[in-house]
Ligand binder design. Structure first.
Ligand SMILES: C[S@@+](CC[C@H](N)C(=O)[O-])C[C@H]1O[C@@H](n2cnc3c(N)ncnc32)[C@H](O)[C@@H]1O
Length: 253
């Protein structure tokens, strides 16, 4: 069963349990009960069951806010078209969350500083000065711009398929440097890239490593922020001194 259907089934299950509980409760405390209280119970129970039923932990938040959001929309008499517009907007930003299991979150500045060390390492391994950087799923293009401004980086590129992040990245790089393409990362050739960076999720890592291994040249490096390639020892793991204790998994080809 898909994750969305599982999440909906959990909400329905909690709703039924709550309906039975409300029915039985009338013999103890005379109704009516405050609607906001029931909505809150629905939200909390759905969020708790979400992890128990094998959904990723960040789905708890979605499950928690769905009943509250629907209730708020009813109370505030929100125009349903506004809801649809909000949904479309969310899709334009997070298009890859359902298809690729990769939402949008961004690399922080501590991690970008670590890229400088990577540039030096790749330069010495390849014994050449110019480095080509590729951000697979480049989000808003921050890494691409940063790398384009570094000494020794001949080419800094990114690919992105979520429409709004792509447009933002396109504008950002047009003014500040680097190149971004509206292209699926799976169709992006990697043979000319000396640093390939991915900050995606656990889901695509096995397939992505196969792609990197078959296309990247010796001396180049594949870096995954936070998500290691399963069943493969990285060449190095860099633990960064930021709040989220970022780990960079470094794989030399
Ligand atoms: C977690 S974000 C990382 C953004 C950026 N690389 C950074 O580190 O700041 C992952 C991005 O990958 C994009 N993405 C996911 N699957 C993709 C695919 N198949 N092709 C291109 N982009 C993809 C998502 O839309 C999202 O913007």
């Amino acid at each position: 069963m898909s994750k969305v259907l599982r999440a909906l089934a959990i909400q329905l299950f909690v709703l039924m349990v709550l309906a039975v509980a409300v029915y039985l409760f009338q013999y103890l405390i005379t109704p009516p009960y405050p609607m906001w209280g029931l909505v809150l119970i629905q939200s909390v129970l759905a969020a708790l069951l979400t992890v128990k039923f094998g959904l990723p932990s960040w789905w708890r938040w979605i499950q928690f806010f769905i009943p509250i959001g629907l209730y708020a929309a009813i109370v505030l008499d929100v125009n349903p078209w506004l809801g649809l517009a909000g949904f479309v907007l969310l899709w334009l930003v997070f298009a890859n969350a359902s298809k690729e299991r990769v939402p949008l979150y961004l690399t922080n500045s501590t991690t970008r500083q670590a890229f400088l060390e990577l540039i030096k390492q790749v330069q010495s391994k390849q014994s050449r000065a110019d480095v080509c950087f590729m951000d697979l799923g480049c989000g808003l293009g921050g890494n691409v711009v940063f790398m384009s401004q570094q000494h020794g980086v001949a080419q800094s590129q990114g690919v992105e398929t979520a429409p709004i992040p792509y447009l933002i990245a396109r504008v950002f790089t047009a003014f500040r440097g680097g190149q971004v393409f509206a292209q699926d990362l799976w169709k992006t050739p990697l043979k000319d890239c000396s640093i390939v960076y991915a900050f995606l999720s656990t889901e695509p890592m096995p397939r992505l490593w196969e792609k990197a291994k078959s296309e990247m040249r010796p001396g180049s490096v594949f870096v995954s922020n936070s998500f290691p390639v399963p069943d493969l020892d990285p060449s190095e793991i860099w633990e960064l001194p930021d709040n989220r204790q970022t780990k960079l998994f470094i794989y030399y080809l």
